[in-house]
Write a protein that binds this ligand. Sequence first.
Ligand code: ZN
Length: 126
Amino acid sequence: MQFKVFMNNYVYSCSECGNHLSDPSELVSTSFRGRTGPAWLFAKVINICEGEYEDRMMTTGQHTIVDIYCNNCSNNVGWKYEDSLEESQKYKKGKYILEKALLSFLVLDHQKKEHHLELKSSDCDF
Ligand SMILES: [Zn+2]
């Protein structure tokens, strides 16, 4: 696996290691709750590994989710919705929750871009 990077100037990254995770164009909603507090729903998240599937009862009904981990530092950054029993919640299928407290917001200027675009490989072996 290779680290991917966003070409935009604004990037949400892992607060632990700075790994790029998503960007504002993928942000769907900021009104979710995670384990640590406010959590954001994203249409697409990159540079993550998926854990075990589990059925979890949430305030909006039963969902099948899978925990997602930063593929650089293995921090648990949120989860992905695999499915929902509730028809009204199906829109979340395939989308990702990132916990706000575990995100950093990077603004990349042209000088620093080279540094942030450094590619590393990761085998997600943890
Ligand atoms: Zn990380």
